[in-house]
Design a protein around this ligand. Structure first.
Ligand code: ZN
Length: 338
């Protein structure tokens, strides 16, 4: 049994939570440890509505406001096509609603997830990474998972799931893993795409163009597009949707550009789209999609969506059989040989 030490909000908790030995290095003070246990206890009973996936995300944290600690919860809900409000975004939005954005940013030290079974390995989806970067002191944010099966509490650093574009290796144009003529085609297409799109609200440095080359040699391009509802359409997502519309599920490379002379800041949400698409290649024992980032002045960085989105999940993680049968049904001849 663990009992909260925090004044009027003290309450007896039902699971004997205990830090995994390796978590001790990240959780030095007892107050923080106590907060984590209280959050997990609240997360355990957080309401969710995952009507499509059946996958419950029950999250909680502690916000300090006017000297008092408050446990705040968040959970996922799903609707129609499928869309979802995710546990992490729900949680931080809830914290800001109750105690303000500044208290949230200044005092949230962790996001805790309650797992009714065993903690999985996956990190947040790309969009939740973007949201946590925007709304928390993310460089110091901890990710906590408490597994109810034995009370073990695992802790990791949120920042370990991030790969800033500037950290991707700089590579000469002839070492990108593509013929130079293909790089030139991709660059021209992505640069041209960026001249279009919709940037009524988007800053110039966030407005990006993307192009993709399929294994069958087809080229696709798209630019970012914003709107008044702030349902942003991402450039990589746009390119992948076009390829998928043509039944072209196996891409060789995606190239992204931003303002000439700058490195485009590729959102984690867009990396999530790329990661999912690349999983189609892996399913068919093809190489992962090459992610090329250009500064528009002849310099390139190279990565893969697997490297650019550490600890990611895709449909293939949850439903490998479904992905296999989907590709069996849809792969008929459009992608060509490698
Ligand atoms: Zn998410």
């Amino acid at each position: 049994m663990v009992t909260s030490a925090c004044g009027s909000s003290a309450k007896r908790v039902s699971t004997a939570w205990h830090l995994a030995p390796e978590a001790r290095a990240l959780v030095a003070d007892e107050q923080l440890e106590e907060q984590m246990y209280r959050a997990l206890e609240a997360a355990a009973t957080t309401g969710t509505d995952p009507g499509i996936s059946g996958y419950h995300v029950r999250a909680a944290t502690v916000v300090v406001h006017e000297g008092e600690e408050h446990v705040v919860v968040g959970g996922n809900t799903e609707y129609v096509v499928p869309e979802a409000i995710h546990g992490e975004t729900s949680l931080l939005n809830h914290a800001a609603n109750l105690f303000g954005a500044e208290a949230t940013r200044a005092s949230v030290r962790f996001v805790a997830f309650y797992s009714s079974g065993v903690c999985g390995a996956g990190g947040s989806c790309g969009d939740c990474r973007d949201y946590q970067i925007a709304k928390t002191d993310y460089e110091n944010l901890l990710v906590v998972c408490g597994q109810a099966s034995d009370g073990t509490v695992r802790v990791s650093r949120f920042a370990d799931t991030l790969v800033p574009v500037e950290r991707m290796p700089l590579v000469a144009v002839d070492a990108l893993g593509l013929p130079e003529a293909d790089v030139a085609r991709l660059l021209e297409a992505a640069t041209g795409a960026r001249r279009g799109g919709i940037d009524l609200f988007t800053s110039a440095e966030r407005h990006l163009g993307a192009a993709a080359l399929s294994m069958g040699g087809r080229l696709y391009r798209a630019a970012g597009a914003d709107d008044a509802a702030f349902h942003y359409r991402y450039p990589i997502g746009g390119v992948l949707q076009q390829a998928a519309t043509e039944g072209d599920y196996h891409l060789r490379a995606v190239l992204v550009v931003g303002e000439p002379g700058t490195w485009p800041e590729i959102s984690y949400r867009d990396r999530q789209y790329g990661f999912e698409f690349s999983s189609f290649n892996l399913e068919k024992n093809k190489p992962p999609v090459i992610l090329i980032v250009g500064d528009g002045e002849g310099h390139y960085r190279v990565s893969t969506f697997e490297e650019a989105l550490p600890e990611a999940f895709s449909t293939r993680s949850f439903m490998p059989d479904r992905v296999e049968s989907f590709l069996e049904e849809h792969d008929g001849g459009s992608d060509g040989a490698e």
